[in-house]
Design a binder for this molecule. Structure first.
Ligand SMILES: Cc1cc2nc3c(=O)[nH]c(=O)nc-3n(C[C@H](O)[C@H](O)[C@H](O)COP(=O)(O)OP(=O)(O)OC[C@H]3O[C@@H](n4cnc5c(N)ncnc54)[C@H](O)[C@@H]3O)c2cc1C
Length: 286
């Protein structure tokens, strides 16, 4: 894990309210596991702003024609503008500076080689699934992505997944793209067809709970990536705790999403009481 100041290479709106940012990231691509995340904030402008957490969409080395740059390694994030921090990030331009901490947290366990892999993404939850898909495909696994969103505007990067060899299925709540309805309908069908599959999911909590229910009924191995609010990213503020399996009043079992996760196996979590209240920091940070 590194804490460094870096240069933004690009920051473009790729769909209404969604931005894709590319940054120089020394040492990142050799260290990052799929599912890990960074904490980032602009270097100037909002001195009191805490870093915000974002999944790592891609990382790697810039092509040779970028030789003039001080670093060759980059990372990309994809984010939805929802509040003050993401609005401020969206106003940054190529050449601006940002402070980055990462890579952080526990990423995905890649599972058994050669076993069918089903990735379930809800909205911006597709982000950690891209690096995961790329890694699984490189080692020869068959990867299917089930991508869900509220409308067609929330379905992003599907052609990018297809380009690396992922079979994709799209559903939207309003039927404006792909199948109408929840992505979990497609998951049930795929598990009927591929009962030996391993499932990896990231998205809103109700979607994750529904995926966990479906997988538990059929005893399908499931890993989920949680996006609990967090202030520090390193286990200090306890703002991102969720309840772990076996939690009770007498025997409390709390897990820090930033350190024990953000990726958990489904059986590590208490799905009955998982709801994260979003009290961003127990020490009152903003
Ligand atoms: C490990 C991890 C990875 C993440 N990866 C991504 C990513 O790849 N792309 C992306 O767009 N977002 C991601 N998020 C969520 C992102 O961090 C928040 O959207 C961001 O911090 C909001 O900052 P803000 O200042 O703009 O919003 P705020 O002003 O802090 O909040 C605005 C509104 O958004 C809600 N909100 C804020 N954070 C969250 C959250 N984590 N979950 C649900 N609601 C929230 C608040 O309750 C409020 O209603 C990730 C979060 C975590 C913990």
């Amino acid at each position: 894990m590194k804490n460094y100041s870096t240069t933004i290479l690009a920051n473009n709106e790729i769909a209404p309210g969604y931005f894709r940012m590319k940054l120089l990231a020394p040492g990142i691509s050799t260290q990052t596991q799929p599912g890990q995340f960074i904490m980032i904030r602009p270097q100037t402008g909002l001195p009191t702003m805490l870093r915000r957490p974002f999944g790592i969409l891609r990382c790697g080395f810039l092509p040779p024609e970028c030789n003039g740059l001080p670093e060759r390694e980059y990372l990309e994030i994809l984010y939805k503008v929802v509040g003050k921090g993401t609005t401020f990030l969206s106003e940054l331009h190529a050449g601006d500076r940002a402070e980055v901490l990462g890579p952080l947290g526990r990423g995905f366990d890649l599972g058994a080689i050669g076993k069918e892999k089903i990735l379930v993404g809800g909205g911006i939850g597709l982000v950690p699934l891209f690096l995961l898909a790329e890694t699984l495909i490189k080692r020869g696994d068959k990867v299917r992505l089930l991508m869900g969103g509220r409308t067609r505007d929330d379905i992003l990067c599907v052609t990018e997944f297809e380009r690396i060899g992922v079979e994709t299925y799209v559903s939207t709540d309003d039927g404006s793209l792909g199948e109408a309805g929840f992505v979990t309908n497609a998951l049930k069908r795929k598990l009927d067809k591929y009962p030996q599959a391993e499932v990896f999911a990231c998205g809103p909590m109700p979607m994750l709970a529904a995926v966990a229910h479906i997988c538990s009924v059929d005893h399908v191995p499931l890993q989920v990536s949680l996006e609990a609010h967090m202030a520090c990213g390193v286990g200090a503020c306890l703002g991102c705790v969720v309840k772990g399996a076996g939690h009770s009043e007498q025997n409390p079992r709390y897990l820090c999403t930033c350190k024990a996760g953000p990726v958990f196996t489904a059986d590590e979590l208490d799905w009955e009481r998982l709801e994260h209240k979003g009290e961003s920091c127990t020490k009152g940070c903003a």
